[in-house]
Design a protein around this ligand. Structure first.
Ligand SMILES: [Zn+2]
Length: 319
């Protein structure tokens, strides 16, 4: 903690190795050593993509991999939540529909512009080709509440909100026949959950709701695809443990009347031995503790992150 840390992921400039894995008859995972993942579903007559990558330039590599296994049209893009690093690549797919929950659309309306500026500052490598992102925001064309079903020919695709966690609009894609789940950032593996927009008190129950579906494979938001019920359980448990450990530490500090900076230092020291090896740990911790402190004190809903608020917070906690 003594050497000053570069803001967010600004020191992370090394390219990652992409893996494109078949998980079942219809599902593939595009993963990249802890960078944001994309899940792919290939139905009888069309392809669905869940989470798009940060830019159309990055999405072009996903499309290239899809074209190695199918020539069916990519008709559907699902936004698991509103974060720029997941949605701004959407235009590359030229989809027929961009699907999101009502809460996710509301978040885009309320804080999409602020989040776009904020995330471009946090992730210079992912947004290297930011000029390929069209002006404005990515807007859902098909909005659902709680759950919807899409039939790709005879393949049933459930698109549903298992509860709040990473954001209030969190959406997962579930293939009941293949028992594959695309979780977005509700689940991470060997990668630190970002919780700057989170609902800490809801997140563990939301993960139990996902576990109740009994997935045989799961594509997390970051990290390798989890194949087999045991690996899926590991991913769900590790994410839940991080969220619970962090919130318990922050809540205790806040209840004792400690200020945010003291709580941050204590929580960092407490969590580092167990989770410090996870990707983007140092990036996430200041945001996660700030949000947890808010939730434990006076803000039931996450406050909007702007590029400026990011910097002020970082200066305060890391100086
Ligand atoms: Zn996210």
């Amino acid at each position: 903690m003594s050497t000053p840390k570069k803001f967010a992921s600004q020191a992370d400039l090394e390219d990652k190795q992409v893996t494109f894995t078949r998980l079942s008859e219809h599902a593939y995972a595009y993963t990249a050593e802890g960078d944001p993942n994309t899940g792919i579903v290939i139905g009888d007559d069309a392809v669905l993509v869940a989470d798009t990558q940060a830019t159309p330039a990055m999405a072009a590599d996903v499309i290239r991999r899809i074209r190695e296994v199918t020539d069916k049209p990519i008709k559907y893009v699902v936004l698991t939540h509103y974060h720029a690093v997941r949605v701004l690549g959407a235009s590359a797919y030229a989809p027929q529909e961009i699907i999101a929950s009502r809460e996710t659309r509301d978040l885009i309306v309320e804080r999409g512009e602020a989040d776009k500026a904020s995330e471009i500052g946090r992730f210079p490598r992912l947004f290297r080709n930011v000029e390929t992102v069209p002006a404005g925001l990515t807007w859902p064309t098909l909005v659902f509440e709680k759950a919807m079903t899409l039939w790709l020919g005879q393949l049933e695709v459930r698109i549903l909100q298992p509860g709040r966690g990473h954001t209030r609009g969190d959406t997962v894609v579930w293939l009941p026949r293949d028992r594959v789940l695309l979780s977005g950032d509700l689940v991470e593996f060997d990668a630190t959950p970002y919780a700057g927009d989170a609902y800490f008190q809801d997140w563990p129950q939301t993960l139990r709701n996902i576990a109740a579906l009994k997935p045989h494979a799961l594509v997390p938001g970051r990290g390798p695809a989890l194949v087999g019920e045991q690996r899926v359980a590991q991913g769900l448990e590790a994410t839940s443990a991080f969220v619970s450990d962090l919130y318990a530490s922050v809540k205790a500090g806040a209840a004792a009347g400690k200020d945010l900076k003291s709580v941050y230092r204590e929580t960092y020291e407490r969590l580092q031995p167990k989770y410090g090896h996870w990707v983007i740990f140092d990036h996430c911790m200041p945001f996660d503790v700030t949000r947890a402190y808010d939730e434990a004190t006076q803000y039931p809903d996450p406050r909007v992150w702007t590029a400026e608020r990011d910097r002020v917070m970082w200066e305060t906690l890391e100086s």
